[in-house]
Write a protein that binds this ligand. Structure first.
Ligand code: NAP
Ligand code: ZN
Length: 348
């Protein structure tokens, strides 16, 4: 199938249109027309090769919503016309203990990312959602529940599940005290979801600039992480802190904020940490953990939860040809709180 997308050809080049082909449908594949695609900070990291493993040309995009336009001969789950969503994975081994538990994100063989991963059959590098069409096996498509606004659903597929999963893993509910470091795409979903679970939520931001926003998103307060006195006052007051900061940063100011047995879960930066001290870890039996996206089953659970509670991201809709400007703004944290590409703006 011929399609068109936007790709970066190198770490330095802006994204530009690219015509390419999607694979012929395998028996359990669906083909979809992409309607919306969210812009995750990971897309920016990958376009710029921040992690050193980008294969060019790269077509980013892993917050994808659209409609089924064709189904393979053995597809049972979807029909033409269904609203479907794709997140960060498009395949996994499907037989290891993790896949059998529905934790495909932890597949022992490594899951196949929606973009920049070798396809398990052809070894061709996968291409993501900054495009008109996508072909994907039915097991990795999510059903968009009735009542979710399609134009605001895409960011749930990465920012939503990446923050929902640790909230569930660490049993957040009424009475839990949750901190969220960085009020961006992931951070604002963490706030909405934690508030949706009935937690007491604090945003930890670099300045007071987002204070009113934090409260209207559902946070109980905003704590300025650069205000040493306020940080000291907040010691031992969190059960869980979700850290969404996208760059290397110092964890030492945050560790003492955890109560005994509290956990700081890293979901943002990938790479070496600036030397964390073991003192707060040992003395308070505190933990540092990490968490990658979530499994397919949990992603569906999250979508259903968001539909029921009407929890949706705050989106700024852009045209496909505004992508480079959007990347620049994302780098400056100038987005409230997720860019979404209206794929109708991408003409073949
Ligand atoms: P984003 O929208 O840019 O938000 C990041 C937020 O972090 C910013 O809004 C800002 O909040 C804060 N921040 C930015 N630069 C900072 C700096 N130099 N020092 C301290 N704080 C800073 O990004 P996102 O889309 O939420 O993604 C965040 C990170 O998560 C990225 O690295 C992305 O690759 C990663 N990610 C991981 C997973 C996973 O599976 N674990 C999934 C998706 C994304 P304030 O202005 O409030 O300080
Ligand atoms: Zn993402």
């Amino acid at each position: 199938m011929k399609t068109i997308g936007y790709a970066a050809q190198s770490a330095e080049s802006p994204l530009a249109p690219l015509a390419f082909e999607r694979r012929d449908l395998r028996p359990d594949d669906i083909a979809m027309e992409i309607l919306y695609c969210g812009i995750c900070h990971t897309d920016l990291h990958m376009a710029r090769n921040d992690w050193g493993w980008t294969v060019y040309p790269v077509v980013p995009g892993h917050e994808i919503v659209g409609r089924v336009i064709e189904v393979g001969s053995e597809v049972t789950r979807y029909r033409v016309g269904d609203a479907v969503a794709i997140g960060c994975m498009v395949d996994s081994c499907q037989h290891c203990d993790q896949c059998l538990k529905g934790e495909e994100q932890l597949c022992r063989e490594g899951n196949t990312n929606t973009y920049n991963s070798p396809d398990r059959v052809t070894r061709d590098i996968t291409r993501g959602g900054y495009a008109k069409h996508l072909v994907v096996r039915q097991e990795f498509a999510l059903r968009v529940p009735e009542g979710l606004d399609l134009s605001r659903t895409a960011p749930l597929l990465c920012a939503g599940i990446t923050t929902y999963s640790p909230l569930r893993t660490w049993g957040v509910g009424p009475g839990s005290r949750v901190g969220v470091i960085g009020l961006g795409g992931l951070g604002h979903m963490a706030v909405k979801l934690a508030a949706g679970f009935g937690a007491d939520v604090t945003v930890l931001s670099r300045s007071k600039a987002k204070e009113t926003d934090a409260q209207s998103l559902g946070a109980d307060r905003l704590l300025v992480s650069t205000d040493a006195a306020a940080m000291t006052k907040a010691q031992s007051s969190f059960d869980l802190i979700i850290d969404t900061v996208p760059v290397k940063h110092d964890l030492n100011p945050y560790m003492p904020l955890l109560d005994i047995d509290g956990t700081l879960v890293l979901v943002g930066q990938i790479g070496p940490l600036a030397e964390p001290s073991s003192i707060p870890l040992i003395m308070g039996r505190r933990r540092i953990a990490g968490s990658p996206i979530g499994g397919i089953r949990e992603t569906q659970e999250m979508l259903d939860f968001c539909a029921k509670k009407q929890i949706l991201p705050d989106c700024e809709m852009i045209r496909m040809d505004q992508i480079n400007e959007a990347f620049e703004r994302l780098e400056r944290s100038d987005v409230r709180y997720r860019f979404v590409i209206d794929m109708a703006s991408l003409k073949s």
